[in-house]
Design a protein. Structure first.
Lengths: 73, 145
């Protein structure tokens, strides 16, 4: 990782963690996916009070879209 | 040997019009040449009103024979000193203001990082499989410590 900005590092780490979580949840089943959507909503709220949410929004939205797509299948 | 207007202008590095204006305003005194009717200006009188360009800003002021600056020069020096002190005070104020802003920005950044670290704890718990082994490694490793 080349960036030394803690917020940028956090964003990259969050993207990786979200990807891992989405993969794990899809393997675990739809009940887990529903719970994960709740977690994403909580993450959104938590981050909103700390950082400029716009920087994280795209990643959170992408994870949420993937889970909803999985739930719709 | 008195200067003519042209010589005076050349001596002070200004135009003849400037010399004429100075005479007209009484800034310098001049006599009239009886035959030609031209103005004649005493060099000392000219340089009293128009210091030599090289002396004006870089050289020490003219002193009297006892080494003490003339009265007008004291006023000029005092004014310049006061101006310099004002500028210095202004600069010091700016430095203090910038230092304060820097300290404030530093404190704000530390607070933001603390908040981010706290958020990391909560988010790590949300993103980690709670059924997994509890002794997990946080996905945000950098902020610990």
């Amino acid at each position: 990782m080349t960036s030394s900005d803690p917020f940028e590092v956090a964003r990259v780490e969050l993207v990786e963690a979200l990807a891992r979580m989405v993969n794990r949840v899809i393997c675990a089943g739809k009940a887990e996916a529903q719970s994960a959507l709740g977690s994403i909503a909580e993450i959104r709220t938590t981050l909103a009070g700390v950082v400029k949410l716009d920087d994280f929004l795209e990643d959170l939205n992408a994870a949420e879209r993937t889970l909803r797509l999985y739930l719709s299948t | 040997m008195p200067y003519t207007v042209a010589q005076a202008a050349k001596a002070i590095g200004k135009s003849k019009a400037t010399v004429f204006r100075a005479i007209a305003k009484g800034a310098i005194s001049a006599t009239r040449d009886d035959t030609a009717g031209a103005f004649l200006i005493d060099p000392a009188e000219l340089h009293r009103a128009f210091p030599h360009p090289a002396e004006e800003s870089h050289e020490a002021p003219h002193n009297t024979s006892d080494g003490v600056p003339r009265n007008g020069e004291w006023h000029d020096l005092k004014a310049r000193l006061e101006l310099t002190e004002l500028r210095l005070a202004d600069t010091q104020d700016q430095v203090a203001d910038l230092r304060h802003r820097l300290d404030q920005a530093d404190a704000d950044r530390r607070l933001a990082l603390d908040r981010l670290a706290a958020a990391q704890e909560r988010i790590a718990a949300l993103l980690t499989d709670q059924r997994a082994v509890p002794a997990r490694r946080s996905w945000w490793r950098w902020g610990r410590g």
